[in-house]
Design a protein around this ligand. Structure first.
Ligand SMILES: [Zn+2]
Length: 489
């Protein structure tokens, strides 16, 4: 019997037993136990630990008020090795609360500024109501009792997320709800403490561990949904609405697009299901985009290591301010890229960049707030590697760009341009330079080792440099010193 059978069987049992989501005082670790676990070595002190962390979310979208009504039941275990007296979450919708601190450009507010945000009706930790404080894009919960090392943790939340009229990665336009980081997500705790996010006008201010997701979504039947993970069940209601159940295992985050009148191209290749989604009115060669997506994913799988999820999706959305955004198993691209006359090479580059993030950000996570060069540099350099291999151009042989101090976090950067020239251009140059030092084959080995060591975990610059040092078999300190200056920042 296939895995799909078991997933459906588990769902049927869950639904029939009537304890699907908001289930009072019942400890509910069974679901985590029944989801197939990835074969990963135990790593001490990873919190929240992948394989032990499950988000069960029940979501109801009200399209008239553009409100997502959610309940979350999050189960995990205190794997910090320490007593926890607080829990921190990222609540990204609150980044859109006011016009001064929103990360979205003014032009993306096509109907004038309108606030987004998330409100909580009820928050429980281990079945007891708790106090909570919001601070920027962070939410702090203070449990009534300290959480002991090894103790199970259940967090239950009832929340409402308001989706502003905004053409952005969180927002609504033209019948399309773009829902990146829409739900409260538990932050990482490690030897540095809580890796909390903060408001930033640019960049991707996120750092999360992988987790499992079981999501039950209620939307109007006239809308379709594209998300992280796999749809395992769709049930039509007689109210003109539908329930969609989605499972995603060991993913960095859960993102979705809910859209009216979308077209889809889908193909099974290489053991995966690939799909490309775009608004109906777009007249573009979506088949070509689908084929290129398959080629890119195949290229990176062969170069770095295989893509682990059953599906990969590309969705074109009315998004402004940036042209692509990566999430686990799904990427958002701006539909402007499909316009007649758009620069096709640039579109291919962006697509390859976002697909590369499936490895660097998705599989090997990093703190995008404090070390954004780690994923952005690799995504851009990887995209050029793909284009070079396709087109036999010679970008790879160009001299590395000027050395940039990569040891900078978002808040130390002065502007969006500074962010791009550091994390993207600087990060990319680090890899061209490393190829000049070590040769193409050795750099490939470095990345295969880096992936093998840190798959489904979070890696730091220090971890990466250690891997480079090991694979180089020579002292690399001079090379590193040219790129990292921790003293002046
Ligand atoms: Zn990127």
């Amino acid at each position: 019997m296939g895995r799909k059978f078991w997933i459906i069987a588990i769902l049927v049992v869950l639904i029939c037993s009537g304890y699907f989501f908001w289930s009072g005082n019942e400890p509910s670790t069974q679901v985590a136990a029944t989801l197939p676990a990835y074969n990963q070595p135990e790593v001490p002190s990873v919190f929240p630990e992948p394989g032990k962390t499950l988000y069960r979310m029940s979501l109801y979208l009200d399209i008239n008020t553009r409100t997502l009504h959610g309940t979350t039941v999050l189960t995990t275990s205190n794997t910090t090795g320490q007593v926890l007296s607080e829990l921190w979450f990222t609540i990204y919708p609150d980044a859109f609360r006011n016009s001064k601190s929103t990360p979205a450009p003014a032009a993306a507010y096509y109907a004038g500024f309108e606030p987004g945000g998330i409100e909580f009706e009820e928050v429980l930790v281990n079945y007891k109501a708790v106090d909570y404080i919001k601070e920027g894009v962070s939410l702090q919960l203070t449990p009534t009792e300290e959480i002991l090392p090894g103790q199970d943790i259940t967090v239950q939340m009832k929340w409402k997320a308001y989706i502003p009229r905004l053409s952005y990665r969180y927002g609504y336009k033209d019948g399309v709800f773009m829902l990146g980081h829409f739900y409260p997500a538990l932050n990482v705790y490690d030897e540095q403490g809580w890796r909390n996010s903060y408001d930033s006008a640019f960049g991707d201010p996120f750092c999360f561990n992988c987790a499992d997701y079981l999501v039950r979504l209620n939307i109007p039947e006239a809308y379709s949904m594209v998300s992280t993970g796999s749809v395992v069940e769709t049930i039509a209601e007689d109210t003109g609405r539908q329930f969609i159940t989605v499972i995603a295992e060991n993913v960095r985050d859960f993102a979705m697009v809910i859209a009216h009148q979308y077209q889809v191209r889908e193909e099974q290749q290489l053991g995966y299901t690939f799909s490309v989604h775009a608004p109906n009115q777009v007249q573009a060669e979506l088949d070509a985009v689908l084929q290129e997506t398959i080629d890119i994913l195949d290229f990176f799988s062969c170069t770095w290591g295989s893509y682990p999820y059953p599906e990969f999706k590309v969705v074109f959305v009315p998004m402004q301010g940036f042209r692509g955004m990566e999430y686990s198993g799904v990427v958002f691209l701006s539909q402007d890229l499909l316009r007649p006359g758009a620069d096709r090479t640039h579109t291919r580059f962006l697509l390859a960049h976002e697909v590369a993030h499936q490895w660097w950000y998705g599989l090997v996570g990093n703190d995008q707030v404090r070390e954004p060069w780690l994923d952005e540099g690799l995504a851009s350099w990887g995209a050029y590697k793909y284009l070079n291999q396709q087109d036999q151009t010679s970008k790879g042989s160009k001299a590395a760009g000027a050395e940039t101090n990569l040891a900078r976090e978002l808040k130390d950067m002065y502007s969006r341009d500074d962010y791009y020239s550091t994390a993207y251009t600087g990060g990319e140059s680090f890899w061209w330079g490393l190829e000049q030092e070590l040769g193409e084959e050795k750099v490939k080995q470095v990345l295969r080792r880096y992936l093998a060591n840190y798959r489904f975990q979070i890696a730091t610059t220090e971890d990466l440099l250690r891997v480079i040092q090991q694979e180089a078999h020579r002292d690399m300190q001079d090379y590193f010193n040219r790129w990292f200056n921790y003293e002046n920042e």
